[in-house]
Design a protein. Structure first.
Length: 256
């Protein structure tokens, strides 16, 4: 049996009082969805379920989520499963929200300010949200060397300054260097000795870039570094928070 997670949230207490699809018509928008959106779910789109339920797919941060509304107007948020324990409606949810959200995230990352690490024509691109003081980012950079050096992977680093008081100033030093790629590698080489020297003064323009990177990190659902965004074997955008463990290395970086 496959493992699955059921994030069941019964929304009866916040549902509008209504019965037998009496929200002004069978296809009218159920009022309970307003309460669900107020609790952080966005982009709700309807998909076909059956005559007893109406299904809606949305996003909680970057996590796809299903909402099922019954004839009484109340909703259940979570995963439907079959008698065999298999998750249901995954194709519909992927089509409606997971894939579009992934492509939108990829476009936002492409248009952000990042630093290239690896060959321009590498067949696999991985975005890495990095803090210059992050020890796990440092470990990730070292672990990725076989793929990067062989030309199989290009890392694109989005710098943020969130871990320590001087993180932002170190990120600014890398971003504003005449040769940002070399500055990034200098920080890696000297990491155990404190890394690159922090800038004493950060321009407003650079502060804005770093703020935008932190905002993007948060809006993608990440709360720390490293954070990785990559394409899976079928081209779908995937996200991973933290250092890849075990088999995750090949899932993210591909075969060596």
């Amino acid at each position: 049996m496959k493992k699955y997670v059921i994030s069941a949230l019964i929304c009866g207490a916040i549902a509008a009082a209504s019965t037998a699809w009496s929200f002004t018509g069978p296809q009218a928008r159920p009022p309970v969805l307003n309460a669900i959106e107020a609790n952080g779910v966005s982009g709700l789109k309807e998909f076909k379920v059956n005559g007893e339920l109406r299904g809606f797919a949305g996003l909680a941060g970057q996590e796809p989520i299903a909402v099922y509304v019954g004839k009484d107007g109340n909703a259940i948020v979570g995963t439907r499963i079959t008698a065999a324990g298999e998750p249901m409606d995954t194709k519909a949810i992927d089509k409606l929200v997971r894939k579009p959200a992934g492509e939108l995230a990829w476009k936002r990352l492409e248009s952000s300010r990042w630093i290239q690490d690896g060959k321009a024509d590498a067949p696999r691109v991985i975005y890495v949200i990095t803090d210059p003081n992050c020890p796990w980012c440092h470990r990730l950079s070292a672990a990725a060397r076989p793929w990067v050096s062989s030309g199989k992977v290009q890392l694109r680093h989005l710098l943020v300054g969130v871990i320590r008081a001087d993180s932002e100033a170190k990120a600014a030093a890398i971003l504003t260097s005449p040769k940002p790629q070399e500055a990034l590698q200098q920080n890696e080489r000297d990491f155990d000795k404190g890394g690159i020297a922090a800038l004493k003064t950060i321009s407003n323009e650079t502060k804005q870039v770093l703020r935008e990177n932190v905002t993007l990190m948060s809006e993608l659902g990440f709360r720390g570094t490293p954070a990785l965004v990559y394409r899976g074997p079928h081209g779908a955008v995937e996200m991973l928070s933290g250092f890849p463990q075990g088999a995750q290395m090949q899932q993210v970086f591909g075969p060596q």
